[in-house]
Design a protein around this ligand. Structure first.
Ligand code: SAM
Length: 212
């Protein structure tokens, strides 16, 4: 999701109280940032934030951190939180490749990846957010019982992700190739913006849950 550059979006983000600057020493400090010791769940590539904002609204005893690479996209999430303030959510504008700078070992209980960019060329496989390279970053910050939950409609990316989970020595906890018709895995499912768009076109939604 790449919206056109919105002039001034970086400045708006810098001044927003829900947005943590990438330069802030957050590593190991998340419980004091939130002022409680509730578990921390993060979404990488949150887009405009529909999914993570719904989760935060439903689960006041979980702290959520939404990560998004582009200011112009993140801005939409910030506009929504201004309209409906929630205390259990923060955002960071950053590239996920720097995630270990922002979270300490065992600091994160769950990572959500939704409709991540497919990077279809083989030479770009490392950039896919479910690549073994990214899984090894997640391993550094996830608690020992932590999980990654990944949804996509992209069959090639999903097949690649299943392979990478295996190659990285992670455990596949559950998966489905048709989430919306899988009674168990679809329970409590919150649709993302892309999920709404692609399922409306008839594309089956794939989901996997992997544990380190
Ligand atoms: N998750 C949302 C959804 O399901 O509706 C948005 C999906 S969109 C296809 C992927 C999002 O991930 C984009 O907003 C993109 O900017 C962001 N993204 C891609 N690579 C990223 C990275 N390395 N770090 C942080 N965000 C990233």
């Amino acid at each position: 999701m790449r919206l056109r550059n919105i002039p001034g979006s970086r400045e708006v983000i810098a001044e927003n109280r829900w947005c943590i600057p990438e330069t802030e020493p957050t590593k190991g400090n998340w419980h004091s940032i939130f002022g409680n010791d509730h578990p921390i769940h993060i979404e990488i590539g949150m887009g405009k934030g529909q999914f993570i904002l719904s989760l935060a609204r439903q689960n006041p005893h979980i702290n959520y951190v939404g990560i998004e690479k582009y200011s112009s996209v993140l801005l939409r999430g910030l506009q929504k939180i201004e309209e409906e303030p929630l205390e259990n959510i923060r955002f960071i504008r950053m590239d996920a490749e720097n995630i270990c700078e922002m979270f300490d070992r065992d600091e994160v209980a769950r990572i959500y990846l939704n409709f991540s960019d497919p990077w279809p060329k083989d030479r770009h496989a490392k950039r896919r957010l479910t690549s073994r390279q990214f899984l090894s970053l997640y391993q550094n910050i996830l608690q020992s019982d932590g999980v990654v939950e990944f949804k996509t409609d992209n069959v090639d990316l999903f097949d690649f992700s299943l392979e990478e989970v295996k190659e990285a020595g992670w455990r596949l906890v559950a998966f489905t190739r048709d989430l919306h018709h899988d009674e168990t895995m679809n329970q409590g499912n919150i649709m993302t913006e892309y999920e709404e768009r692609f399922s409306a076109k008839g594309n089956p939604i794939h989901k996997l849950i992997a544990a380190r």
